[in-house]
Design a binder for this molecule. Structure first.
Ligand code: N01
Length: 542
């Protein structure tokens, strides 16, 4: 209960200017910004600590696929000058330590309520305030609610018959236990071959006596080439941070600084193109996809990169039958999030690793002993579900959100999420989303997008306060136009060709809509800034 509040009847137990849901990277920075503006803020976090995705995803090998010096906050120069990242790609424990450091450094914990799941948020049209109820029945009243719930935070267990009968241990990569798990001497099955699986499989294979990988769709992965960062590496960034951060925000499509490609893949002779891909493969990392400017746009161009990676897989994996199964053939490269690995494909050369092709032999059921696929039972001591998330909308959908006229957000989004700028949805006044559907979000360096949204929202609340306004809502017209624009931009790319979580295709029954905005973070930032400076065109303020 807030200081000085008393409880009367059906009155909410506490009043805040802003309730924030989630204490991941978005929630932490938002709390810092809003508190700096003198607002009363309460953050509800269902975990027992800060860090969001980095709090939950503790599976072996978990690390960020965006380089540490860029996957970090820019809002505090002292912080970016002082924090020492140890490796090119920081491992999960280090990113979590960084989130904890930020929470302590900016004294954030006193306004965060841990182990508290928000169950509902209901808009009271008379009071023009949100009533927020947590799972333990506590209620609070807030003028604004911000959903900083994360895009990949609702771990998804597949609906496979028999899971409850299984006698061994089960794990989900997105909900990994806090204590270290030792698979030494065990027969382990991993279901799924997305980024989480691709990072954890090589390490699990080193411990397990036998590892069975159940693959439904092969994925493209490029080597991370992770390495320790030297003091010189760090200095190079630190000396140039203002410019590096500016370029990331304003000039890059995905918020990661890299030399922008000038040519299309077919504008070069075969040999030059092969050298380009080879150089990027050797340097490692996500910038492989920045080799040419049309890889996400033209299938023939995309095929050149896909063929290059397929050839690499064939080179690395000794058994040609296994190599063939590992070569993706059902989606353009990059149309599903490309993976970044350390020794993923080479792991299949180990004697203790077996690949099961679920396209030929689908999982029939999970038995007491293990997994049955294609008439064969694989006895297992443990099963790791690396089966992904109900992405972008899943965590929002779990909260009972009711806006004007009692309409729920889930009902409104039944055919797919609808927002203006990914920031607000019409009919839900004073409810903001951070990195929501309709914004660059998961297609970008998340911290760049998080900081942009937090700054925009914080500035908006400050503007409203200055002007004596207390309510903001997206207009239907602006939202309709934005949704049409998001779809139009996506349809000009190869992305919609994949059955990806970007499309909601990994969740049975979820509408197939390309959720993020693919126009690029620079373009998007400019649009958001223009909206704000035009007096919030597309929003109704009162
Ligand atoms: O999840 P995914 P993820 N039977 O959805 C399979 C980020 N991330 O946790 O493709 C059998 O990608 C599914 O098969 P299919 C990153 O943005 C980042 O790995 O649907 N298989 C797929 O192979 C990433 O994209 C980092 O046919 C089933 C897998 O499970 C996102 O998180 C690290 C199945 C799920 O892959 C999600 O990655 C980790 C079933 N019933 C994650 N259901 C880094 O920064 C699902 N699958 C490095």
């Amino acid at each position: 209960m807030a200081m000085g509040e008393t409880r009367t009847g059906n009155e909410p137990q506490a009043r805040y200017d802003v309730v924030v849901v989630g204490a991941g990277f978005a929630g932490l920075y938002l709390l810092h910004r809003l508190r700096g503006q003198g607002l009363s803020v309460r953050v509800f976090e269902q975990g027992s600590g800060v860090g969001g995705t980095w709090y939950w995803n503790r599976y072996p090998g978990a690390r960020c696929d965006v380089e540490s010096m860029q996957y970090s906050y820019s809002f505090s120069d002292k912080l970016q000058q002082q924090w020492d990242w140890s490796e090119r790609y920081a491992p999960q424990p280090e990113i979590l330590a960084y989130a904890n450091h930020v929470a302590d450094r900016f004294d954030l914990r006193r306004d965060i309520q841990f182990d508290t799941r928000v169950e509902s948020a209901v808009f009271d049209e008379t009071a023009r305030r949100w009533r927020v109820t947590t799972a333990d029945g506590e209620t609070s009243s807030a003028q604004f609610v911000v959903l900083a719930t994360g895009c990949l935070s609702n771990a998804r267990m597949p609906n496979i018959a028999g899971i409850a009968d299984y006698a061994g241990k089960t794990y989900h990569t997105g909900h990994w236990p806090h204590e270290p798990i030792d698979f030494t001497g065990q027969r382990v099955g991993v279901i799924g071959t997305g980024s989480s699986a691709i990072q954890s499989i090589p390490l699990i294979a080193e411990q397990a006596s036998q590892l069975v990988v159940f693959q439904r769709t092969a994925n493209f992965s490029v080597p991370a080439r992770n390495a320790p960062l030297t003091p010189e590496d760090r200095k190079q960034f630190r000396d140039n941070y203002p410019e590096i951060r500016r370029i990331a925000r304003e000039e890059m499509r995905n918020g990661i600084v890299t030399a922008p490609p000038e040519k299309g893949a077919l504008d070069e002779p075969d040999e030059a193109r092969r050298r380009n891909y080879e150089g990027r493969w050797t340097r490692g990392g996500l910038t492989f996809m920045a080799a040419y400017n049309n890889l996400a746009l033209e299938k023939a161009a995309n095929d050149t990169a896909a063929d290059f990676v397929r050839a690499k897989i064939a080179e690395i994996v000794k058994d040609p039958v296994v190599a063939k199964l590992l070569q993706p053939d059902s989606h353009p490269i990059g149309s599903k999030r490309i993976c970044v690995d350390t020794d993923y494909y080479a792991t299949f050369n180990r004697d203790n690793v077996e690949l099961v092709d679920l396209r030929a032999d689908p999982i029939e059921q999970i038995t007491r002993l293990g997994v049955r696929a294609g008439d064969k039972e694989y006895p297992l001591d443990a099963i790791v579900f690396a089966t992904g998330f109900d992405a972008m909308t899943g965590s929002v959908a779990k909260i009972g959100i009711k806006g004007r006229n009692g309409r729920t957000l889930n009902a409104k989004w039944a055919e797919g999420p609808r927002t203006f700028l990914g920031l607000m949805s019409e009919g839900f006044p004073n409810l903001f989303l951070i990195t929501g559907p309709g914004s660059p979000s998961v297609l970008s360096n998340m911290i760049v997008s998080i900081e942009q949204h937090v700054d925009w929202i914080a500035d908006c609340l400050a503007d409203m306060r200055r002007q004596g306004l207390d309510c903001i809502e997206a207009t239907k017209e602006a939202e309709d136009n934005w949704v049409a624009h998001v779809n139009e931009v996506a349809s000009g790319t190869l992305y919609p060709q994949a059955n990806s979580w970007y499309m909601g295709a990994n969740v049975p029954g979820k509408p197939r809509v390309f959720m993020p905005y693919i126009g690029g973070v620079g373009v998007y930032r400019q649009i958001c800034n223009d909206v704000a400076t035009s007096g919030y065109q597309g929003f109704a303020l009162s």
